[in-house]
Design a protein around this ligand. Structure first.
Ligand code: PHE
Length: 434
């Protein structure tokens, strides 16, 4: 449950739709599905299994297993890079989750009622232009993340996921129905699902690969940390399939709800990070009871974000817990505050630093942090974990750790983590950098 909560979050509901929009629609969808199933799923299994074998923090687990199987503690470095990625992701995640918190009162008080797409776009831009407001919501969300992690989270998170997830699905389905009736459903579905192989470029492949890692929370140690808590009897293949299905389903529902409304209102599918906020508020503003409905939606989105953000802070805490002598709670506060401060790079990217392009080009600080984490650090971290599980861990031990009921599935898994995933991901990253 906690791992589902980790994977389903802003990545599937906020990021996926706008990535589709900037990645050319169905081409992105197609590659994303291939990546999630062919690369993400086997690596997720590997990461959970390694976590359960090590039963320590992510760095410690890799050090121990590295020593056991290869005599090399240097595998721990993969965990260190993962911790860096977790801090960077948490920094922007909290800013965006703060937007979601801010939209709760905006909807509840009727500020969005009856607005056109142009109006909701303007409202969103005005909101982003105010760094103080963003700072408040960013701080509030980070506090909400730190407190449960400082206290030791499992029970609370699992309970939250149990009731939040079905409600979130139900609400997304209602939104899809609304989009089907009131939106331009045909245009939306064509855009999402009509295969367009010509639009598949290396950029799209890398972006979709990165999104697969981001949306499944793999490649940085979150699932190593969560695997460490997984009881021995739980089937890792089955757990992983459920996590992947939940992630895909939410992403597809979010896309199905959003794009018909985009096309019916003449909005721009490639509008970027504001897409969800601008599009769905048009729908909420037009439907009866939309104030309540919209507020509930953003509450659920914030909770979905929270069950992900704690899973970013948890590996940071777990990584340092044994090494520093500091308490869990001290580490949660330190990690959270560092990420909060780093978050200002993202926060200012949407207002006073929107014209600042570190390293030239067109990318803002936010764009760079997003690119570096999703497109480089997570894929490469994931590949290292795949290689470790496939080549370094002995065959007997990986058979035992994964517990596949069907030997053919095990063989397929092994082929994917040994060869297919590493070659595919490295090709995508290298071709893009080149
Ligand atoms: N998977 C989360 C989401 O989709 C984000 C995340 C990435 C969480 C990496 C933990 C680790 O929103």
């Amino acid at each position: 449950m906690a791992a589902i909560g980790s994977s389903v979050g802003l990545g599937n509901i906020w990021k996926f739709p706008y990535m589709i929009g900037t990645g050319g629609g169905s081409a992105f969808m197609l590659v994303y599905m291939v990546c999630v199933l062919g690369v993400g799923l086997p690596i997720l299994m590997a990461e959970l299994a390694l976590g359960r074998m090590g039963r320590q923090g992510p760095i410690e687990t890799l050090v121990t297993l590295g020593r056991r199987y290869s005599g090399r503690a240097a595998w721990g470095l993969v965990g260190c890079v993962g911790v860096l990625a977790a801090v960077l992701i948490l920094s922007f995640y909290s800013v965006v989750a703060g937007w979601s918190l801010a939209y709760i009162p905006k909807l509840l008080t009727g500020q969005m009622t009856g607005l056109s797409g142009a109006d909701t776009g303007k409202a969103f831009n005005d909101f982003l232009a105010d760094p103080w407001a963003l700072t408040f919501w960013h701080a509030l969300f980070m506090l909400l993340t730190i407190i449960p992690v400082a206290r030791g989270i499992q029970a609370g998170i699992e309970k939250a996921v149990v009731w939040m997830m079905p409600l979130l699905f139900a609400l997304l389905v209602v939104l899809c129905v609304y989009a089907g009736v009131e939106g331009n459903f045909v245009a939306g579905m064509t855009y999402l699902f009509k295969p367009d192989f010509d639009a598949v470029t290396w950029d799209v492949v890398l972006a979709a690969t990165g999104q697969a890692f981001f949306s499944l929370s793999i490649g940085l140690g979150t699932m190593l940390a969560y695997g460490a808590y997984l009881p021995g009897g739980v089937s890792i293949p089955r757990t992983s399939v459920v996590i992947v299905l939940a992630a895909i389903l939410t992403a597809v529902l979010a896309g199905t709800a959003i794009f018909p409304i985009v096309f019916a209102n003449g909005l721009d599918p490639s509008a970027g990070p504001g897409l969800v906020f601008v599009t769905l508020t048009v729908a909420f503003g037009a439907m009866p009871g939309g104030e309540i409905f919209g507020a509930v939606f953003f509450v659920l989105l914030a909770i979905a974000a929270l069950t992900s953000s704690v899973s970013l802070l948890e590996p940071i805490v777990a990584a340092f817990a044994g090494r520093t002598g500091l308490s869990r709670s001290a580490l949660a506060w330190i990690g959270g505050i560092v990420a909060w401060l780093l978050g200002f790079l993202t926060l200012f990217s949407f207002n006073i630093w929107s014209d600042v392009h570190p390293l030239g080009g067109t990318r803002t600080w936010f764009d760079w942090i997003d690119y570096l984490t999703s497109n480089i650090l997570l894929p490469l971290g994931g590949v290292m974990l795949a290689l470790f599980a496939g080549w370094v861990v002995t065959r007997e031990d990986s058979v035992k750790a994964l517990g596949f009921e069907n030997p053919t599935f095990y063989r397929v898994w092994r082929l994917l983590v040994r060869v297919v995933a590493p070659v595919g991901v490295v090709a995508a990253v290298v071709s893009n950098l080149a």
